[in-house]
Write a protein that binds this ligand. Structure first.
Ligand code: IFM
Length: 492
């Protein structure tokens, strides 16, 4: 199915969508621990705008949206977005209104290093993030800073992007300079946002820049570079910036899985290893390296295709040790669950990630909803992480609900409530969840969907130059929870 048609179908489903009944019951205490951190999340390209102002360089998303507006549903881009570059004080106002404990935002690499290399720095970009960090701290809000959220410098892309090993050293140098600039005040860092999702769409399915359509090959190379860049950055931070006493994690996205046929029990483990485990096993497991099932099956498939080596790069020896244990916390991005079953016939193209998984995903209620509300999936995922990775501290770095932008957003409010309930249930069951970050603070540029779908707790008037922010019902609900630290059923 071609990409435009896929997007059209997704769009159609979204338009017709109604949230499935989203009920979830409490198991134990309704009170969050005193030190639990509540926050909200955004990313640079999605909110900042000012794409070419004050010396900023060009990122792959600037380039892609300008050259291929037809690939974005409404032909839009992040040139102005919600203008956070000029209107950060408005963002601060709503952050203060919510009284969040932390704010997760990302740094635009090209705002500080216009061509990606650290040799040339752009002072205006440096000042912009200094201002954000200082104002957040003055308001008692902790910055949780993502170093990379999809917007690779175009000049680094020209060198091959993430399928080139050069990207590893460029990223480590970039991160090092950022630690020097802001590490005296920022104590929580995320190296990469959703590497698996990004590599799959950008290098596997070819629908995100740089539009490389080589699933089962280029997406695997991309992940390999990112894991190494992450591991090397962590080691650099711990050896050179120890005095800053900061913590570093990575934000990994994963659905949880609902199994169609109870005779397919082992499929859950397989799907978890091919999704969350793909990056989490190398970093958080005792053994390190890629999950065994991936190593074995991708090698087998590669040999059957007549190749002399596996399409999955080897993560052994020194690199395995650099990557293993390279995080102080796991950032988890969870949106919904997927239904899976073993495939009766080979799945997907040959080769492809789908073919390697050997299971198929499907939507049980295709006519009802394209984003299911499955808080049980979040609870299941948190418990799986506890068992699999020795109860590593988890910060939920994204969780959110998309709609068409209603201010009376009952579905989002109910989604938020039931997912907070899932977090509480997991906490009551001994899971080490230390924070929750809602995606998103505010409606913004949603990649291939442009501004046609919304995730914000606050809406934005896109026709006013000021881009006024307006609280939705969900923002008022979240504010209450943050203030009381108690989840009340009747508040929804
Ligand atoms: O908007 C995105 C974000 O950039 C990455 N995680 C998923 C969000 C919603 O699609």
């Amino acid at each position: 199915m071609n990409t435009i048609f896929q997007l059209f179908l997704i769009g159609l489903l979204l338009t017709l969508s109604k949230l499935e009944a989203c009920n979830y019951s409490s198991k134990g205490s309704v009170q969050f621990p005193g030190n639990f951190s509540f926050g909200v999340s955004t990313s640079a390209y999605q909110i900042e705008g000012a794409w070419n102002e004050d010396g900023k360089g060009v990122s792959i998303w600037d380039d892609f949206t300008h050259k291929n507006p037809e690939l974005v549903r409404d032909g839009s881009n992040g040139d102005i977005a919600i203008n956070s570059y000029h209107r950060f004080d408005d963002d601060l106002e709503i952050l203060n209104d919510l009284k969040v404990d932390h704010y997760r935002f990302s740094i635009s690499w090209t705002r500080i290093f216009p061509n990606g290399e650290v040799k040339y720095r752009n002072q205006a970009g440096i000042d912009y993030y200094n201002k954000i960090i200082d104002k957040l701290l003055a308001s008692g809000i902790k910055p949780l800073v993502t170093l990379f959220h999809f917007d690779l410098p175009m000049e680094i892309q020209k060198m091959g992007g993430f399928i080139s090993p050069l990207s590893i050293e460029y990223f480590v140098q970039y991160a090092t300079e950022i630690f020097k600039l802001y590490g005296d005040r920022v104590k929580h860092w995320i190296t990469f946002n959703e590497p698996w999702f990004m590599c799959k769409l950008a290098y596997g399915d070819g629908i995100y820049p740089p539009l490389i359509n080589a699933s089962g090959i280029a997406d695997y190379l991309c992940i390999d570079s990112i894991l190494k860049a992450h591991g090397a950055t962590y080691r650099r931070f711990k050896s050179h910036f120890k005095k800053q006493k900061g913590q570093i994690g990575i934000s990994l996205n994963s659905p949880y899985f609902i199994i169609a046929d109870s005779s397919d029990k082992d499929i859950l483990e397989r799907a978890m290893q091919f999704n969350l485990g793909y990056l989490a096993h190398p970093i958080f497991s005792k053994a390190g390296g890629y999950p065994e099932v991936m190593v074995k099956d991708i090698a087998k498939n590669s040999f059957l295709e007549g190749r002399i080596m596996s399409r999955l790069p080897s993560l052994e020896g020194e690199w395995k040790d650099i990557v293993r244990g390279s995080a102080d916390f796991l950032g988890l991005n969870y949106y919904s669950s997927a239904y899976i079953r073993y495939a009766s016939q080979p799945v997907g193209r040959n080769p492809s990630f789908e073919r390697d998984t050997n299971y198929e995903t499907y939507n049980k209620f295709p006519s009802q909803s394209s984003q299911s509300c499955d808080p049980a999936g979040l609870e299941g995922l948190l418990k799986w992480i506890r068992k699999e990775y020795n109860n590593v501290p988890v910060i939920i770095t994204e969780n959110g609900y998309r709609d068409m932008g209603e201010l009376r957003d009952d579905n989002r409010t109910s989604y938020l409530k039931t997912h907070l309930q899932a977090v509480l249930n997991a906490l009551n069951d001994g899971c080490n969840v230390v924070g929750y970050t809602h995606w998103s603070l505010v409606d913004n540029f949603e990649w291939l969907f442009g501004y046609t779908i919304k995730y914000g707790l606050y809406g934005v008037n896109m026709t006013s130059p000021k881009r006024d922010r307006v609280a939705k019902k969900s923002a008022k609900f979240y504010k209450k929870v943050i203030r009381s630290r108690i989840l009340q059923m009747e508040d929804v």
